[in-house]
Design a protein around this ligand. Structure first.
Ligand SMILES: [Zn+2]
Length: 383
């Protein structure tokens, strides 16, 4: 399953980045760059089309994420919602409807690039786009709450119909859990304590590390792996129990990914992967995307990311057999994250190649990490 032979290097690939959210909330034109920041700044723009071009990023797994309604229990965020275009849409529509709107808006943004970027909906479209020298935008969805928004409890059929809609629109992966409890899977704590107090005003994220997949969650994950759907399960944000259940349920049917994450050996928090996780993801033929947010990568929460990112890649590689087939880049840029001080936007991503060269990787290994692994996972897990 996880052989890269026969797969041409697709160019630099980021398997988790959020330009669509940035455009949606702040009503931005992604053709124009606004500014970047070393610190967490929700208004910065790290993965707009200009930054992607300057970094020569060829393929992005472009995340569609509509924040959970839970946020709006915070009066400050509710107020903020009223003054931004995206926020007003969210207050009007449910998360599923808002996500479809975000998807359409992203397609419209891409359509304005005169063919430089193009949305691709399956493997053959991706191959054609890359062969034509175009940059490929692949939709992915982060957060199972969107699948259930506005539907009655227990209505599995409607959730599966929505999954079909996503597959038809070309969505390649679905991050099952997210920051708050949803009706698919137990999740891990992913809001840093500092943000909890200030930004989220002691919001209860409802974390219970013992929670696994729900009955609905199991049906959804199995449907994702079925031949008529083929949406790659992303276990980022899942509780350790949920992750294990996903591997058991579909690990022999579809590659499983963790798109933006760290490892417990460097930062032992439940959201990060341990050895068993990485072994199971590798056994499924999947890949682990290293998040470009040092806060999660190392317990010391360093400002710069170079060392933390390298050490994380090295650990994932050690745990997955040492052939560099299961490591990728999943920056989480523009996902309301705090980027590394030394890697503040997509423009700087070519530095990853230099880092891997300095650490002695050969060309095929470097290209595996930069894009070939991700291309393989799409070939095996997508339509
Ligand atoms: Zn995330």
């Amino acid at each position: 399953m996880s052989a890269n032979s026969g797969i041409a290097f697709p160019g630099l690939t980021d398997i988790h980045t959020h330009p669509a959210m940035n455009a949606f909330f702040w009503d931005r034109d992604l053709r124009r760059h606004s500014f970047t920041s070393k610190r967490f700044c929700p208004l910065a723009s790290l993965s707009d089309f200009q930054m992607l071009r300057e970094g020569d990023v060829r393929t992005i797994w472009s995340v569609l994420h509509v924040p959970e309604e839970d946020y709006f229990r915070n009066p400050a965020i509710r107020l903020l919602g009223h003054v931004t275009k995206g926020g007003r849409t969210m207050l009007k529509l449910n998360a599923w409807e808002a996500m479809l709107r975000m998807m359409s808006e992203m397609e419209w943004q891409v359509a304005r690039t005169n063919g430089e970027f193009t949305v691709v909906r399956d493997n053959s479209q991706l191959d054609a786009a890359l062969a034509a020298g175009r940059r490929a935008v692949i939709h992915t969805v982060e957060g199972g709450h969107m699948l259930s928004a506005g539907l009655p409890d227990g209505d599995v059929a409607s959730r599966l119909t929505r999954l079909e809609t996503l597959a038809r629109r070309g969505v390649a992966s679905l991050t099952i859990a997210h920051l708050f409890r949803n009706d698919l899977a137990g999740h891990s704590e992913c809001i840093p304590p500092k943000q909890h107090k200030i930004l989220f005003w002691r919001l209860d994220t409802g974390v219970d590390d013992s929670l696994g997949l729900t009955r609905i969650g199991k049906e959804v994950v199995e449907a994702m792996a079925a031949p008529e759907i083929r949406i790659i399960p992303d276990v980022t944000h899942c509780s350790p129990v949920s992750r294990r259940q996903v591997y058991e349920l579909v690990g022999d049917k579809i590659p499983i990914v963790a798109t933006h994450i760290g490892v417990q050996a460097l930062n032992p928090v439940p959201v990060n992967l341990d050895k068993e996780d990485v072994e199971a993801i590798a056994a499924s033929g999947g890949v682990v995307g290293v998040i470009f947010m040092p806060y999660w990568l190392k317990r010391e929460h360093p400002g710069p990311g170079r060392e933390a990112i390298w050490e994380t890649m090295e650990q994932i590689n050690d745990w997955s057999g040492g052939n560099w087939r299961h490591v990728a880049i999943g920056t989480d840029f523009d996902g309301f994250t705090d980027p590394p001080d030394d890697w503040t936007s997509a423009k700087e991503l070519p530095g990853v190649r230099a880092m891997l060269e300095q650490n002695g990787l050969g060309r095929a290994e470097i290209e595996a990490v930069l894009g070939t692994n991700a291309r393989r996972v799409l070939r095996d897990g997508w339509r």
